[in-house]
Design a binder for this molecule. Structure first.
Ligand SMILES: Cc1ncc(COP(=O)(O)O)c(C=O)c1O
Length: 455
């Protein structure tokens, strides 16, 4: 049977909601309808998009954009990738969902594939989720099963919006409206080994108890693409191991090829050869289909959650698993880790070397980059980019995040460099920028230029 045929043998029925065309409504009309129908947690959409192909998306007015955000580091294969589309269609047309009372070959194969990519030792296991926050929620619950409740997380870290993941997230504006959050979380200074040593010191342990876990992003994405110094994760591994604490790496944003390796910590300059206890994944894993995962390394981590102690209806869904297997397969088949490294270097060096006085530098790894601006005008630059046909993200008042599909070509990268070489914005930041820049929700703090967030 053809993958796209209906299992009854009849041709697949026409989709019930056809793809919107400009005739169905303009960006302005759709935006108005959005404001009356969708809860206002993200602010008004910058554009209403109706289709995508490769690294491009089109809005409801028919305008084309080069997508340098990829749904916030999600669309690893770009848009409407034929292999991903076929895999999802075939699985949905064969077996779309079963409960976790049952297994499916796709789910099992994906778990095996992730363990292999993670080079995880004997006894390692995977738990599937639907999103990054849920992966971190599960990891947080695992830390509680150590019998300890003290969890360290880094200042500036972002781990999601559900209550447990939010407890691990340091930004006061996200946390405070929802307190009390699950307790026991302490924030240590970013990239500061001495601060970490203090948290594990006998004095700290005597007063605050033994540490259950340290939760850390190898590169802080939402904080503006901030990398840890080489050696930090090695020191973190050494301290956590010595104290019997778990080292949990949040690779929701950095994982699945985004930084040029399957997981960022696998790069010697990032992880120095460490083996973590837990890695959380989502975003790029399904190439746009919602799927997340917790990889637990070794028997101790893999058995922290026992039968009945955690669950999810959709986690491990065979369609999501098929999407993830297809995404991982294409990344490997098409050499996209290498592409992320080479095209990322083209972008980084090209933008940094273009001589625009507005650009102070470019940081990041692979295709997770931030363009540091000389002034806090990121919202203006993001608007100028949209007008010029590029989707970017004002990740901080003075920084633009680029997280394009891993299929971005050198020619497309050169178009991006040309934009950054010449972009100018008025001396003064706009008095009232719109509620959200390229991707994120508005920062509730009353700033004139929004710092932005995802999801
Ligand atoms: C590092 C990190 N962890 C967790 C999350 C939350 O993921 P999700 O939005 O899928 O819940 C994000 C989202 O931006 C993230 O960047």
């Amino acid at each position: 049977m053809n993958a796209l045929d209906h299992p009854t043998g009849a041709p697949a029925p026409a989709p019930t909601s056809a793809v919107a065309t400009p005739a169905d409504g303009s960006v302005a009309q759709w935006t108005d309808r959005y404001s009356h129908a969708v809860m206002d947690t993200f602010g008004p959409p910058q554009r209403v998009l109706v289709r995508g192909e490769g690294a491009y998306v089109w809005d409801a007015d028919g305008k084309r954009y080069l997508d340098l955000l990829a749904g916030i580091a999600v669309n690893a294969l770009g848009h409407a990738h034929p292999t991903l589309t076929a895999a999802v269609s075939a699985q949905l047309g064969t077996l779309g969902h079963v409960s976790n009372f049952f297994g499916t070959p796709t789910q099992i194969a994906l778990a095996e594939r992730l363990l292999a990519l993670a080079e995880a030792p004997e006894g390692s296991r995977v738990f599937f989720t639907n999103s990054g926050t849920e992966a971190n929620e599960a990891a947080f619950k695992m830390t509680r099963r150590t019998g300890r409740t003290r969890v360290l997380a880094l200042q500036g870290g972002f781990h999601g919006r559900t209550m447990g993941a939010l407890a691990l997230t340091s930004k006061a504006a996200y946390r405070e409206p929802f307190e009390p959050l699950p307790g026991g979380v302490e924030f240590v200074a970013f990239d500061d080994v001495a601060a970490l040593e203090e948290a594990f010191s006998p004095a700290a342990v005597a007063v605050r108890g033994e540490v259950a876990a340290l939760v850390v992003e190898p590169v802080q994405g939402e904080a503006g693409v901030r990398s840890l110094s080489p050696g930090y994760l090695v020191a973190a591994r050494e301290l956590t191991a010595r104290h019997g604490a778990l080292l949990v790496l949040d690779e929701v944003q950095t994982g699945v090829g985004r930084t040029g390796s399957w997981f960022a910590y696998q790069q010697p300059e990032v992880g120095g050869g460490i083996v973590p206890d837990v890695v959380t994944l989502a975003k790029g894993l399904g190439g746009g289909f919602p799927v997340g995962a917790v990889v637990a390394y070794g028997e101790r981590a893999a058995t922290l959650l026992g039968r009945g102690q955690h669950g999810t209806t959709f986690g491990g869904n065979p369609v999501a698993a098929a999407a993830a297997l297809a995404t991982l397969g294409v990344i490997e088949r098409d050499g996209l880790l290498e592409n992320a490294r080479t095209v990322g270097a083209l972008l980084r060096d090209g933008i940094a070397g273009a001589g625009n006085p507005l650009v102070d530098g470019v940081r990041g790894r692979g295709l997770l980059l931030a363009v540091q601006l000389a002034r806090p005008v990121a919202a203006d630059v993001a608007r100028a980019a949209l007008d010029a046909g590029f989707v970017v993200n004002a990740v901080a008042p003075d920084a633009i995040r680029l997280a394009p599909p891993l299929i971005l070509t050198p020619d497309q990268a050169r178009d991006v460099v040309a934009f950054f070489a010449t972009v100018t914005v008025p001396e003064e930041p706009a008095a009232s920028a719109p509620a959200r820049a390229a991707s994120g929700t508005a920062d509730p703090a009353p700033t004139t230029v929004p710092t932005t967030r995802s999801s």
